[in-house]
Design a protein around this ligand. Structure first.
Ligand SMILES: Nc1ncnc2c1ncn2[C@@H]1O[C@H](COP(=O)(O)OP(=O)(O)OP(=O)(O)O)[C@@H](O)[C@H]1O
Ligand SMILES: [Mg+2]
Length: 374
């Protein structure tokens, strides 16, 4: 980039610095010369006269001549010394600045060409350059991270698509070869796999929009107890069928929260679906709404299989499933919690998970700021 800029304007940094210093030097020399020529001999002459010497004395004329010559020589020597020092200083400074700029420019070019591992070393050229290298390296970190995420996302999506497509293909081939009949069971399998692909497409679109902050939120003050009661109501029947008890507890009074009713219902829906999927018959799912200082906590806890410590930090990642085989059989693609997290954060809240481990149940806690009292 510097090279292009240099060729475009034709003059490099060192030359510009040298020209600037030359201008300063010439200005200083001319000023010193003019002032020296106008003031120096006159002052010298006045001192001679004050010392009682005659104006026209040959010794005085000679001394004044010597003074002028000495002044001229001293000024010329000072000018040459200053010019040499200025040239050396500008070359050293320009070389160091240009070296650091070139390093940043080369790294930016590498980054642009897709080398996300490139970083710029600190230059030791002062605060501004430190700021430049720090910002550049932070930018490179972000790009590298999003590149890794993109690669992983693509690999995950490819992996998710492969299984249902292979199943559909296997069945269709078997039907075409007359090995398999297209009966109700086969149609169910095919539809189930097609539905899995549709849900993957839907979830991917949802998580992409939510994580990019590209969602319209209809924020309004809502009482937290309304949210938990509605969620329990929506899941009561499915839980009863699975032999799981679902109930809600809400502290009263609770301050309202400013959220999008539908989005928050979607988050609780995801958490309840997970809880029910991981809680065997005879278990219990509890939804709690409580106050913690000026925040409101919504908690979904279950007495189910729990989450092992090594999986806990990852459950909010896209496509992460703690127990791959079983979760895949039950149809989850591992996106539900990633969507939930993005939605909660878009509404100004946070979401956390805690679990004592295998078979200890799991608790998901959403923390939302209490809405300002009207
Ligand atoms: N209540 C829970 N108890 C035990 N494990 C859980 C619980 N909730 C989530 N998990 C673990 O976290 C993983 C990620 O959950 P997430 O909701 O993101 O995906 P999923 O439920 O597998 O699929 P999807 O929600 O996309 O249908 C799950 O696969 C499961 O292993
Ligand atoms: Mg889920």
């Amino acid at each position: 980039m510097t090279a292009t800029a240099r060729t475009r304007s034709g003059v490099g940094l060192a030359a510009r610095l040298l020209v600037a210093l030359a201008v300063v030097l010439v200005t200083a020399a001319v000023t010193a010369w003019v002032v020296g020529a106008a003031v120096g001999p006159r002052l010298f002459h006045e001192h001679m006269v004050k010392a009682g010497l005659d104006d026209h004395d040959a010794a005085v004329v000679h001394a004044e001549e010597a003074f002028r010559a000495a002044s001229t020589t001293a000024a010329a020597l000072a000018l040459v010394a200053a010019a040499i020092a200025a040239t050396a200083a500008s070359l050293v400074v320009a070389r160091r600045i240009a070296g650091s700029l070139d390093a940043v420019a080369a790294a930016a070019a590498d980054l642009g060409a897709g080398d996300y591992g490139v970083r710029v070393p600190t230059s030791g050229l002062g605060a501004e350059f430190e700021q430049l290298t720090t910002s550049f390296n932070a930018l490179a970190d972000r790009l590298e991270e999003s590149q890794h995420l993109r690669e992983r996302l693509l690999a995950d999506v490819a992996h998710e698509i492969r299984t249902p497509v292979a199943t559909i293909r296997g069945y269709v081939e078997a039907i075409t070869d007359g090995v398999q009949e297209l009966d109700a069971t086969t149609a169910d399998v095919l539809l189930g796999q097609a539905e899995r692909l549709s849900r993957l497409a839907r979830d991917l679109a949802a998580v992409t929009h939510a994580e990019a902050g590209d969602i319209t939120l209809d924020l309004e003050p809502i009482q937290p107890e309304e949210l938990v009661d509605a969620a329990v109501h929506a899941w009561a029947e499915r839980a009863a069928t699975a032999g799981v008890d679902v109930r809600s507890h809400a502290e009263r009074p609770l301050p309202a929260v400013r959220v999008d009713h539908n989005r928050m219902a979607q988050v609780l829906d995801n958490l309840l679906a997970n809880a029910l999927r991981h809680t065997p018959s005879g278990g219990r799912i509890t939804l709690r709404a409580s106050r913690r200082d000026d925040q409101v906590c919504l908690e979904v806890s279950d007495t189910g299989t729990g989450i092992a410590a090594e999986h806990l930090p990852h459950v909010f990642e896209r496509f992460y499933r703690a127990e791959t085989a079983r979760d895949r059989d039950s149809g989850g693609s591992g996106i539900g919690l990633a969507i939930s997290k993005a939605l909660v954060e878009a509404q100004g809240g946070t979401i956390h998970v805690a679990s004592p481990g295998e078979d200890g149940g799991a608790t998901f806690t959403i923390t939302l700021p209490a809405a300002a009292e009207a």
